[in-house]
Write a protein that binds this ligand. Structure first.
Ligand SMILES: Cc1cc2nc3c(=O)[nH]c(=O)nc-3n(C[C@H](O)[C@H](O)[C@H](O)COP(=O)(O)OP(=O)(O)OC[C@H]3O[C@@H](n4cnc5c(N)ncnc54)[C@H](O)[C@@H]3O)c2cc1C
Ligand code: SF4
Length: 327
């Protein structure tokens, strides 16, 4: 591990000032950052501990938005009544991830900014455009069983690993950030960016910007929602495929649908094509299959990950069927 300066701050402004050092990183739960520093994948000059910054509250705004502070621990978010009752897909997504101990440390903002689990990214002896731009991608012609089939480029095919982010994409969350130019709100669909030619750039955050909260908009039909995750083991494993869905049903007809997929794409994947196909149609397994085909139509398989396309289709059909069955 490379030596680094360690700064503890208690306020947002002090955090942003400290983060102005080149290559500075905020430290929240540390469950991603410290691992990657030990592997020499992350080599910050300065680590800014933001654990004492008061950003750990969950509150309801007058318009019904639920505001989740950046430092709220994943366990607290999953079990909070406002989240658990209004957005079951979010609670289920968090509880499907990692382990109890990790969820007790991991924070809302840290979860959004966790890095890919691509083996080559985490091994500094391998070629990786994301870790060292311009060196190539060892995964494209290498072992790519866990890699993405949607949103890939010729420069990177790494999967976005978060479960929570899939559910946040489905509900159209907003990420609130502050930086040297002031405060701004980033729609969740614009927060994570596609790899294209610059896989090292993963989000719309500017250097030094601090995430302060994630807003969950009012979405009454999200009470009928589920998160389904398929993985190699029943717990403590990342998704091979996952689906976060919410259905607005009336007399057996789908009025609105929200569909997002995980484990198969380079960013949390909102499947608008599937939503359009479902809306206004009678709920049925046949419709869900058609929606799943539409969601996966643009998938590009590689040597070892073609199985993910059918797996994701079935995961989505299962998620939609489960959501329909809820009362
Ligand atoms: C063994 C293991 C298994 C896991 N399994 C899963 C899983 O199945 N599903 C899943 O979704 N996740 C899983 N995770 C990932 C876990 O959810 C993340 O490590 C965690 O959410 C990161 O949060 P953190 O607070 O610890 O982030 P940190 O490690 O503290 O920070 C991560 C990044 O976010 C930045 N950051 C943190 N807070 C802010 C802020 N407020 N503003 C700007 N930047 C900030 C940091 O600088 C750093 O770059 C697993 C992790 C481990 C170690
Ligand atoms: S898939 Fe992306 S993260 Fe993995 S080796 Fe290729 S460039 Fe690096």
């Amino acid at each position: 591990m490379q030596p680094f300066a360690f700064i503890t701050v208690t306020g947002e402004q002090a955090a942003r000032q400290a983060a102005a050092y080149p290559d500075a990183r905020y430290l929240a739960g540390g469950t991603t950052l410290i691992d990657l520093m030990k592997l020499n994948v992350e080599r910050p000059s300065t680590v800014v501990d933001i654990n004492a910054v008061p950003l750990a509250a969950i509150s309801e705004l007058p318009d019904g938005t639920v505001r989740v502070g950046a430092m709220v621990r994943n366990s607290d978010m999953a079990h909070h009544p406002l989240v658990r009752d209004r957005y079951p897909l979010i609670s289920q997504a968090i509880l499907a991830g990692a382990s109890g101990q990790i969820r007790n440390m991991a924070t809302t903002a840290g979860n959004l900014l966790q890095r890919t689990r691509c083996y080559y990214f985490r091994d500094t002896t391998m070629r990786c455009n994301k870790r060292e731009p311009g060196t190539g991608c060892a995964a494209i012609d290498g072992y790519n069983r866990i890699h993405a089939v949607l949103g890939t480029s010729e420069h990177c095919i790494a999967t976005h690993p978060s479960d929570l982010c899939v559910a946040l994409a489905a509900v159209d969350a907003t990420v609130r950030v502050v930086g040297s130019k002031g405060a701004r709100a980033v729609p969740f669909g614009e927060f994570h960016v596609l790899p294209d030619e610059r896989p090292e750039r993963e989000t719309a955050l500017e250097p030094g910007e601090l995430i302060v909260a994630v807003d969950l908009p009012p979405l009454p039909f999200a009470r009928r929602s589920v998160y389904v995750k398929v993985r190699d083991r029943a717990s403590y494993a990342f998704a091979l495929a996952s689906a976060a869905v919410a259905l607005d049903l009336s007399g057996g007809v789908i009025r609105q649908a929200r569909v997002a997929l995980g484990g198969i794409a380079t960013r949390p994947w909102r499947a608008h094509e599937a939503e359009l196909l479902l809306e206004g149609r009678e709920a049925s397994v046949e419709m869900y299959r058609q929606a799943a085909d539409a969601a996966l139509a643009a998938a590009i398989p590689r040597r070892h990950n073609a199985f993910k396309i059918e797996l994701a289709r079935r995961t989505l059909v299962r998620a939609l069927s489960r959501a329909e069955a809820l009362s």
